[in-house]
Design a protein around this ligand. Structure first.
Ligand code: URP
Ligand code: ZN
Ligand code: ZN
Length: 493
């Protein structure tokens, strides 16, 4: 195992930026060093900082591989805690395999994903985990973990939960949407939350009122309205707000930590903010599609709108501003992607004339870091917050910190050298995801991934994939340890 020195860059952690070199030995970070202090190092162009000069000194340079980060940011590898590779949905499977999806993730600066294993209805959770493990193991280019989707809460499944937590599956996703598929009623949700609270797990919630939505969907179809745009119209944001409120109330009764997934609407954000103001262990993520894309896209000609069909649906632009504000105030703790790509050909097409048959989901695992970085470019969030949202907070919430999400000595050497100035255009022609369109086609962004290091190995070098299928390891995640949510009584937000 070689040693590696990432030199001359501005190291950014959730605590802020500092000029420093990062010394890696084998798979681990060993030290942050004062710039230029390692033997034979070239003078860094970044200004020396007093904070960095108190750091260690590298000794011996014979076996050292040098990565030039001059003029670049050096950040902890991205952690995307919401992906769906090879996920069965609506009679088809999401188009990225663990092989293609994790390679694309690496290109985008993500070094860990947490995907979702699914308990088959009427079957055991363990069976679901075994199925997903066999799909992922030996195929991932970066490290991976699993949450467990409980699609059929029952006494035997509740009894399985502590064993799964002991095996590193410390979070369970439940659905208030998709009746007959993944849906759990309030009683089942409550019992799963009680069990999760007892065994140190987080409950993740898909918070949309699926019973009411199914009525609206049936009414639209009966009225002959089958266009993709009706997907959004039959899933109004108030039904996300209502479900979010109910999930928070149930989690309070069970005293269970709650994480709202793919939050898209200001009504839902208000519920999360109120719970957090009261000091509750309630957290939420949003996704780039809810920050950048708006509902008008679903009204595109023909089947164009199907490209943007996901649940919850992308919302009117007025929600974007509220979500960006939530990212700034920490009412939203994480940006993940909910990467769940379906090709237009043969997949999204399944819903021609009946929007309810369009497989739900968008591609995005490759673009998360670049898209969140636009918040820095546009002065909506700080550099430190960029790192917190994309790496440190997901690591803390899902039992990966400090092994992942930090650059502390002893942490896994998952690093990204990020060029803050390079502009590039997101496009199906340029992306590595296995899907025949881009949800962000033609969007120009500032900032680009240059080098990606996963456990000490360079896996992306100036746009070229240098990793290998199967090198990614399963990461066992610790039980939920609690995260500070300071109660706010002063209305400061
Ligand atoms: O549309 C979506 N979000 N597809 C993936 C499944 C889910 O609910 O996360
Ligand atoms: Zn969901
Ligand atoms: Zn999802």
């Amino acid at each position: 195992m070689s040693r590696l020195l990432v030199e001359g860059g501005t190291v950014v952690t959730a605590s802020g930026p500092v000029a420093a070199d990062v010394l890696v030995d084998g798979e681990k970070v060993v030290a942050l060093l004062a710039p230029g202090s390692s033997p034979g190092s070239s003078p860094a162009s970044s200004p020396a900082s007093s904070a960095a000069s108190s750091l260690g000194r590298a000794s011996g340079s014979a076996d050292l591989v040098r990565v030039d980060a001059r003029g670049k940011l050096v950040v902890p590898g991205g952690i995307d805690v919401h992906t769906h590779m090879e996920m069965p949905f609506g009679g088809t499977f999401s188009a990225d395999t663990f092989t293609t999806g994790t390679r694309a993730a690496a290109h985008g600066g993500t070094t860990t994903i947490v995907d979702f294993a699914i308990q088959p209805r009427g079957g055991s959770a363990r069976e679901g985990l075994d199925t997903w493990m066999s799909r992922a193991e030996g195929h991932c280019a970066i490290d991976f973990g699993f949450h467990m989707i409980l699609s059929d809460v029952s006494e035997p499944v509740l009894k399985e939960m502590p064993g799964l937590v002991a095996d590193g599956i410390s979070s369970f996703k439940l659905f208030m949407a998709y009746p007959g598929v993944f849906y759990s009623d309030d009683g089942k949700i409550l019992t799963a939350m009680q069990t999760a609270a007892d065994c140190g797990a987080v409950v993740m919630m898909h918070a949309e009122n699926g019973i009411a939505i199914d009525v609206l969907v049936a009414q639209a179809l009966a009225a002959g309205k089958g266009d993709p745009r009706m997907h959004g119209e039959t899933r109004p944001s108030v039904l996300e707000g209502e479900a979010t409120h109910r999930a928070i109330v149930l989690a309070g009764v069970a005293n269970c930590p709650l994480y709202i997934v793919h939050l898209s609407a200001k009504e839902a954000l208000e519920e999360v903010a109120a719970a957090r103001d009261a000091g509750r262990q309630v957290f939420a993520e949003t996704c780039p599609q809810y920050l950048f894309l708006d509902a008008s896209l679903m009204a595109g000609p023909g089947m164009e709108g199907a490209k943007y069909v996901c649940s919850p649906p992308i919302r009117e632009a007025e929600h974007h501003e509220a979500l960006w504000r939530g990212l700034g105030t920490d009412d939203l703790s994480v940006v993940s992607t909910d990467h769940c790509p379906f090709c237009m050909k043969d997949q999204k097409e399944l819903g021609r004339g009946d929007f309810s048959k369009i497989p739900n989901g968008l591609p995005g695992v490759e673009h998360r870091m670049d898209l969140v970085y636009q918040g820095v470019v546009e002065h909506k969030i700080s550099l430190a917050r960029f790192v917190e949202l994309t790496s440190t907070a997901p690591a803390r919430l899902f039992g990966l910190y400090p092994k992942k999400g930090s650059l502390l000595p002893g942490a896994d050497a998952d690093l990204v050298v990020y060029d803050p100035a390079r502009r590039h255009t997101l496009s199906v022609e340029a992306h590595h995801m296995s899907v025949d369109y881009s949800a962000y086609e033609g969007m120009e962004v500032t900032g680009a991934v240059e080098t990606v290091i996963s456990r000490g190995e360079v896996v992306v070098d100036h746009g070229a994939f240098t990793g290998r299928e199967g090198r990614g390891q399963f990461v066992e995640r610790s039980p939920f340890a609690g995260v500070d949510v300071p109660a706010r009584t002063d209305g400061a937000r």
